[in-house]
Design a binder for this molecule. Sequence first.
Ligand code: KMH
Ligand code: ZN
Length: 276
Amino acid sequence: MNGPLIITAAVCGAEVTRADNPNLPITPPEIARACHECFLAGASIAHLHVREDDGTPTQDAAVFKEAIALIRQKCDMIIQVSTGGAVGMTPQERLQPVYLRPEMASLTTGSVNFGNGVFLNPPEYLEQFARAMREQGVKPEIEVFDVGMIDSALRLVRKGLLAEPLHFDFVMGVPGGIPGTVKNLLHLAESIPPGSTWSVAGMGRCQLPLATAAILLGGHVRVGFEDNIFFEKGVLAQSNAQLVERVARIARLHGREPATPGEARRILGLPLRGEM
Ligand code: KMH
Ligand code: ZN
């Protein structure tokens, strides 16, 4: 028995388009509605990217602010802003939403080939991002696209830029990153410091088997259109909530209830807020 399962909803990301899945939320009201549906299905964290109305990815704090306010009107999910943004954005651009002081932000601790580009995260970015999060009181979710990124995160701990207990998200199956196998997931989970928490975000067809493995191994799970637009082979997901609901169902089958946002805050060591 591994306790409540934190489900993170990554509802739009920066790369997926309406041509890929017509059910993709794009505007702040659409994103907020999708996050709320995921909350009702069992998600307790919203991993948030935002877009311009035409679908272009943006890190504009005003757009994040609008989406966050709309989510807050509906539920008390933990808001985790992306600092990854989209390939090619400057570090200054990517950091903007951290200054809104959300409870969490993503922090990728290394560079990785990403599609036809490079998701660039040299050491100077890591230090700048970790320092900004520490100063703003924002808990990082360390995004690990390959195993060496764990070591880079531990270097930030030794420099006093990251505070334990750490929370990791293993992003698996990105072309250029670590392949999404259960064997690799075990290796990652065994490579982080004792007392850390972790989730897995499996890309595409890796999403379901890795989510199931994480449920059994005592980890947590991220699902959503950012990582996977299909419900099953050849069948597009109707909504992000449909993906969350399936993970919640599998978790319950194995004796794990989806964590409420309050339970997720306790598991992650975040200050508690009034539960809605
Ligand atoms: N869109 C990717 C290039 C994050 O949110 O921190 C990076 C990404 C990671 O999505
Ligand atoms: Zn992201």
